[in-house]
Write a protein that binds this ligand. Structure first.
Ligand code: SAM
Length: 259
């Protein structure tokens, strides 16, 4: 990767290139809690929005659903995912936006999406949530895992400061919301909130990296970061911003039902 690419590349792709596989704010544990609440059965069809490098796709496929469909916007990621799932007869990947999946109305039991709504402007968030609602069957569940702000009455000034710092360091216009705001967005599109899980936002804390990635991968990531100076600079900057705003940041896992 050239220095110019490193300086402008979105934070999650830099982490992925350093070997990090868990790229969502609440880590593996929150993903597992959400999947447990979704209670996936072998008769269920599952759609995942933004599978990225396919970490959750593996967990979802291990549940042996009737059908798994991944909707990934990034062309390279979609190609890699296609290769990854290509031997499975019950899995397919589309290189499309989650706001326009091209899937039939009321075709799926479960929709799951992680660390992807946060990076959209508020009107785009609603478009994607509306699409999840459209493709879900009645009684179907939508699980999201997103970056949050706390408390619910956080001042607008603090919110803007955090959004600005995140945009500067992650190079994504990340717009995290409070728990109340996330729930409101889902309810506005017709969902009923079933369960809310919360977790601290410790994405780049050593203890979280160790529990998410295991010892060997953590060592590999550490080695990669040490030997890639530019990437190291970007990652240290991200960690500094996460630590600076830690009091106000959280990860939310929300399960919503299409009534
Ligand atoms: C931070 S990564 C998270 C990936 C994965 N969900 C995870 O938690 O590891 C964000 C992902 O969202 C994808 N993405 C962003 N906007 C999207 C959209 N509108 N539709 C589908 N995928 C999208 C990006 O290409 C990227 O793979």
């Amino acid at each position: 990767m050239s220095n110019k690419t490193i300086n402008t590349e979105q934070g999650h792709w830099i982490l992925a290139k350093m070997g990090k596989r868990v790229l969502r704010p609440g880590g593996k544990a929150l993903t597992e809690q959400i999947i447990h609440s979704l209670n996936i059965q072998s008769k269920d069809t599952v759609v995942e929005f933004a599978p990225g490098i396919g970490y959750t796709a593996d967990i979802l496929l291990d549940k042996n659903p009737y059908q798994y469909t991944g909707i990934e916007l990034n062309e390279e990621a979609a190609q890699n995912l296609t290769q990854k799932v290509n031997k499975k007869s019950n899995a397919i990947i589309y290189n499309r936006s989650a706001s326009e999946t091209g899937l039939e109305t009321a075709c799926t039991d479960i929709v799951m999406g992680e660390a992807m709504l946060t990076m959209q402007a508020d009107n785009r968030k609603s478009e994607i949530i509306r699409e999840a609602f459209r493709i879900l069957k009645k009684g179907g569940l939508y699980g999201i895992h997103e970056l949050g702000l706390k408390p619910d009455n956080i001042s607008e000034e603090t919110k803007h400061t955090i959004q600005r710092s995140l945009a500067q360091t992650i190079k994504v216009n990340a717009r995290p919301l409070t728990q109340k705001e996330w729930c409101h967005l889902l309810e506005q599109e017709g969902f009923v909130i079933k369960t809310i899980h919360t977790s601290p936002m410790h994405l780049l804390r050593a203890s979280r990296v160790l529990s998410d990635e295991g010892i060997w991968r953590t060592l590999k990531i550490g080695f990669n970061i040490l030997t890639h100076g530019q990437a190291r600079g970007r990652i240290l900057e991200m960690r500094k911003v996460f630590e600076q705003h830690e009091t106000y940041m959280a990860a939310y896992g929300i399960i919503a039902e299409k009534p």
